[in-house]
Design a protein around this ligand. Structure first.
Ligand code: GLN
Length: 200
């Protein structure tokens, strides 16, 4: 499969930027806003945005359980920022009624960097994508507080004395606290498209 069909969950968030990055990474990129569209893709990106809104609208639209079923059936998924929160098994500072797709054995803290600074950029070394450090944009980003044994840590950033995890992979699931779709560097999307190719 040279050009896998990769969807971007189009409930809320920066959908267009992910579509462009996926196309650049060699995928056939399509929006996913219904169960029919979900069933027609080989992999799915859950974009950045606001995870409480994505959660609420996914429930209202009848997409939350199909998303969980697709994930459980092994569909590769990549979540950036709010999407990372959606893929976490445990979320600190979630809204009490917030629901998740889950799947990655990690504890994520919402708006974690927000206490220090709302948004920032950093050069992040990600050996899994190769090459130079990647310019990463963090916007009211979560961080990963802990991971289980099945999770590969792909990247960390140092902030003061802290060294926090900002990119992880567990099998067909990938998540970043930052937004690689905003900087015109398609390497993270290339990694994901390669994961989708292998799985399909
Ligand atoms: N703070 C947002 C949330 O909790 C995530 C921010 C983002 O995706 N840029 O969902």
């Amino acid at each position: 499969m040279t050009s896998p069909r990769v969807g971007v969950l189009s409930i809320q968030g920066d959908v267009r930027e992910h579509l462009r990055a996926l196309a650049e990474a060699g995928a056939t990129a399509v929006t996913v806003g219904s169960t029919v569209e979900l069933a027609a893709v080989d992999g799915l990106v859950i974009p950045g945005g606001e995870s409480t809104t994505i959660s609420r609208l996914a429930r209202i639209d009848g997409l939350l359980d199909p998303l969980r079923a697709a994930r459980a059936a092994g569909m590769p998924m990549y979540g950036s920022c709010a999407g990372m929160i959606m893929l976490a098994d445990r979320v600190e500072d979630a809204r009490p009624d917030q629901e998740f797709v889950a799947g990655i054995d990690m504890t994520v803290r919402r708006n974690a960097f927000g206490r220090q600074v709302d948004s920032f950029e950093a050069d992040v070394d990600i050996p899994a994508v190769g090459g130079e450090p990647l310019r990463a944009v963090f916007i009211r980003a979560p961080w990963v507080e802990s991971v289980g044994p099945a999770v590969d840590v792909l990247a960390r950033v140092s902030r003061g004395d802290d060294d926090t995890i900002v990119a992880v992979r567990q099998g067909p699931l990938l998540a970043t606290a930052f937004h690689p779709e905003l900087t015109g560097d398609a390497r993270v999307h290339e990694l994901f498209v390669e994961m989708v190719r292998k799985q399909a």
